[in-house]
Write a protein that binds this ligand. Structure first.
Ligand code: 13P
Ligand code: SF4
Length: 353
């Protein structure tokens, strides 16, 4: 299934590159054989009946990545056939941002949402950054604009602005430094200020406030996935099995985090499961993550209160394949904001070295 340059193609692609021919996507004995090892890895979470619909895409994408010198970066919320079978780099927002700054590939395909692709572009201005579906947004990123940040600065003169990476480049450009849920406390405390504006996630800011003496001013943004969890729901799981361990993402409401045994970023949650090897665990976060961790934690049973992120779920194998074939959708950041936004991201990345 080698892809060749299509003859007579008039389609204009970024970087003067050519579209490639759509590979044959049948589940042949050859495809089954070549993807058998990958299927073995994900067989705990992908039923055998579903694999024939994924395998031809997995094989085609892995071949096209070599042909294009491309990498796929996949967030922990990608589905397992993406996360375990076609991704080159996986991780939380901070890990993806760090790896994006190191890659020597020509093309980055972002398995994640738009703000993540923008971050990759900021750190790789000369590379082609693609997102398989431009509509993959985020309720936190949509909750605030650059003008809102300027108003906050005017209302709290002198307070530095720390912006969660789940924001547009326009908002990052108005900020002093970025943070993710895995380094928010460290970033806030690095500034040496008595008061810090930490935006736009109200719940993340409240969680950070429980761990620092710095006064935190925040915004009313919420993650539409994590805000739906309730303490009653978590208590019901504990009543049903008092041995269940509950770990939550800091984008959850404070009363939900109060019911949890641990709170941390998606990579922090994965690390916790690997270190503690609980008999049964409930990950209070987007539900694909349980599948991805289950692949590597065979002795743990995962309870799945399934809250899906509709934006993350827009990224599928067929759309990743289209990205590589037709080099779409290209993510760009206007020059007028790119430099200031990049500085805010780089300050965060450098802080952790
Ligand atoms: P982290 O992976 O950085 O914890 O972020 C979670 C998230 O919601 C990303 O959209
Ligand atoms: Fe945004 Fe929440 Fe989806 Fe993450 S899970 S992309 S924070 S809406």
């Amino acid at each position: 299934m080698t892809a060749a340059v299509q003859s007579g193609q008039s389609m204009k692609l970024p970087g003067g590159l050519q579209p490639l021919v759509m590979p044959h996507l049948a589940y042949t004995p050859e495809v089954r054989r070549e993807t058998a090892k990958l299927y073995e890895k994900v067989s705990r979470v992908i039923p055998p009946v579903e694999w024939p619909s994924f395998a031809p895409y997995v094989k085609a994408i892995n071949e096209l990545k070599r042909e294009r010198n491309a990498v796929v970066l996949a967030h922990n919320y990608m589905t397992p056939e993406i996360f375990h079978c076609v991704a080159d780099v996986v991780g939380d927002s901070l890990q993806l941002a760090r790896e994006a700054s190191k890659t020597d590939a020509d093309i980055i395909v972002q398995g994640g949402v738009h703000f993540m692709a923008e971050t990759s572009k900021l750190l790789n201005p000369d590379k082609l950054v693609l997102i398989p579906d431009m509509r993959a947004g985020c309720s936190l990123a949509a909750s605030i604009t650059g003008a809102d940040v300027r108003s906050l600065r005017a209302a709290y003169p002198g307070a530095p602005v720390v912006t969660y990476v789940n924001t547009s480049a326009e908002v990052k450009a108005e900020s002093d430094i970025c943070c993710t849920s895995s380094n928010a406390v460290k970033v806030v405390e690095s500034l040496g200020a008595t008061r810090v504006i930490l935006i736009p996630d109200e719940f993340l800011a409240k969680w950070v406030q429980t761990q620092t003496d710095v006064e935190i001013v925040t915004w009313k943004g919420h993650c539409e996935v994590h805000e739906r969890f309730t303490p009653e729901e978590l208590r019901a799981y504990r009543e049903a099995d008092p041995g269940v361990r509950i770990i939550a993402h800091p984008e959850c409401p404070p009363e939900v985090i109060a019911e949890a045994d641990f709170a941390g970023s998606t990579s922090g949650m994965i690390k916790w499961v690997k270190e503690h090897e609980p008999r049964k665990v409930l990950l209070v976060t987007e539900c694909s993550m349980s599948d991805n961790v289950a692949v590597e934690a065979p002795n743990t049973e995962f309870v799945r209160p399934c809250n899906l992120c509709p934006h993350m779920k827009r990224i599928t194998l067929p759309k990743i394949l289209d990205s590589l074939l037709y080099l779409k959708e290209e993510v760009t950041v206007p020059a007028a904001i790119a430099e200031r936004a990049r500085e805010a991201v780089e300050r965060m990345v450098n802080l952790n070295h």
